[in-house]
Design a protein around this ligand. Structure first.
Ligand code: UD1
Ligand code: CA
Length: 448
């Protein structure tokens, strides 16, 4: 079945008390909205339509950054979830198939759950995702007759008896897109909120003799974010699951609760992650690599056998080949370190290529930025960069070349050559003692 994914993201999110639209608040390094888009991807949607409102431009930009083909529609006034879905009519013009509706602030719906809904669609015209709520609170209630869904009643409109129902509406709905839009067109807003409720399509479908059913999922999947506290709770839930998942996949987390994952972290089997490591977006670590304590990684790749840290920083574009060592207080940005290269102490390597088995001495800096442009540094295989070398880019150090400690390298160094770019040392015999005596004498005169 062809499916269109519709994500509702027009709400203001007042309770976040933020200038940022709610769905753009990040969870595990990606906007909430992107989590919803990734959930919906389970149904391989033929079209994705995002309903925006408050902060529409920024929301549209974030959606396009994740999927350039998304269609954006604007709901100028938030007149209810039914009204929001109605705004997709033009964007779904010419589309024939099902529609799945998700919320942009609900990041945890699992692919398996959506697959179960698609399965249930074989028996029902409309399928709703429900959950048994520990505390049903103000959720809409699913009114069932045996295993058929009769209608959904919003908390505000529910009778005392209906409020005792613990089977609640998650908001996720699946059905033929043409049918859903037709049913919405018949809805009224004559209810306690004065809104067009998407939930009312169930009763409307039943009145036409169509069938509706409910699939249930764990309450944790339906967790929506309305407040900063709920955002923090969602982050904690994400991290707990990511840690457990990594360990199941054969990753060693020495102290799991101190390792932070991103939405797209990839860790190979037998990778070891020591305590207090932050994995930002876009990190992949191959099998057998070790990330030592207090390291911060984002947008980088660490190959098999590599050792990173403690206290290392890998920034976007850092590519570490097999058996590379990056030690304490070393920052790598947009640079490739080829097999067996080492930068063990206190260095900055940016916009560079470091050849296989090259050794970068302590305190080396690639001076890559002239204030306007970035320039590249090329270091050949087996080169030896002496401690405290400043490599003023653009510059190339050849294979098996060496630089003297403390050098400022402004010109290319041929293969196999030694480059020394520093003032020659001069020794003045006895002068240190003489100078010290002079200073002491001066102090004695002042004190008298
Ligand atoms: C909705 C459901 C309720 C369910 C609950 C689950 C309806 C009428 N009620 O209630 O049964 O238990 O979700 O969380 O559907 N939105 C728009 N435009 C609008 C209104 C809402 O885009 O005009 C978006 C919001 O940004 C949000 C989502 O739709 O992402 C749900 O809206 P919200 O106001 O939170 O619905 P609830 O009243 O919580
Ligand atoms: Ca809500």
């Amino acid at each position: 079945m062809r499916t269109a994914l519709v994500i509702l993201a027009a709400g203001q999110g007042t309770r976040m008390n933020s200038d940022l639209p709610k769905v753009l608040h990040p969870l595990a390094g990606a906007p909430l909205l992107v989590h919803a888009m990734k959930s919906g991807a389970a149904l391989a949607p033929a079209r994705t339509v995002i309903v925006t409102g408050h902060g529409g431009e920024a929301v549209a930009a974030a959606a396009r950054a994740h999927d350039p083909d998304v269609r954006i529609v604007v709901q100028d006034e938030q007149l209810g979830t039914g009204h929001a879905v109605a705004q997709t009519r033009a964007a779904l013009d010419g589309f024939d198939g099902d529609m799945i509706v998700l919320y942009g602030d609900t990041p945890f719906i699992r692919p398996e759950t959506l697959a179960a809904m698609a399965q249930a669609r074989q028996h029902h015209d409309i399928v709703v995702l429900g959950f048994q709520a520990a505390d049903p609170g103000r959720y809409g209630r699913l009114v069932m007759a045996d295993d058929r869904l009769e209608r959904i009643v919003e908390f505000k409109d529910a009778t005392e008896t209906e409020r005792r129902i613990s089977l609640c509406n998650s908001g996720v709905v699946l059905g033929d897109s043409g049918l859903i839009l037709d049913l919405i067109a018949t809805l009224s807003n004559d209810n306690a909120s004065g809104e067009y409720y998407l939930t009312d399509i169930v009763a409307a479908a039943r009145a036409r003799g169509l069938s509706a059913g409910a699939v249930t999922c764990d309450e944790a999947e339906t967790l929506g974010v309305n407040t900063r506290a709920q955002l923090a709770a969602a982050e904690a839930a994400f991290q707990a699951r990511a840690r457990a998942g990594a360990m199941e996949d054969g990753v060693t987390l020495v102290v799991p609760e101190t390792v932070f994952f991103a939405h797209d972290t990839v860790l190979g089997r037998d990778a070891v992650i020591e305590p207090n490591v932050i994995l930002g977006p876009g990190v992949s670590v191959e099998s057998g690599a070790r990330i030592r304590a207090f390291s911060h990684l984002e947008g980088c790749h660490v190959s098999c056998g590599a050792i990173v840290g403690p206290f290392a920083r890998l920034r976007p574009g850092a590519e570490l080949a097999e058996d590379v060592h990056v030690g304490n207080f070393v920052e790598i940005k947009n640079a490739t370190l080829e097999q067996g290269a080492k930068a063990n102490h206190l260095s900055y390597i940016g916009d560079a290529r470091v050849g296989a088995a090259a050794n970068i001495g302590a305190g080396t800096v690639t001076c890559n930025y002239d204030g306007v442009f970035k320039h590249r540094t090329e270091i050949g295989a087996r080169a030896f960069i002496g401690s405290d070398t400043m490599l003023v880019a653009p510059v190339r150090v050849g294979a098996e070349a060496m630089t003297g400690s403390g050098s400022v390298i402004t010109e290319d160094v041929p293969d196999g050559a030694i480059a020394i770019g520093r003032a020659r040392q001069v020794n003045k015999p006895g002068l240190a003692r003489k100078l010290m005596q002079k200073l002491k004498d001066a102090r004695a005169r002042r004190q008298n």
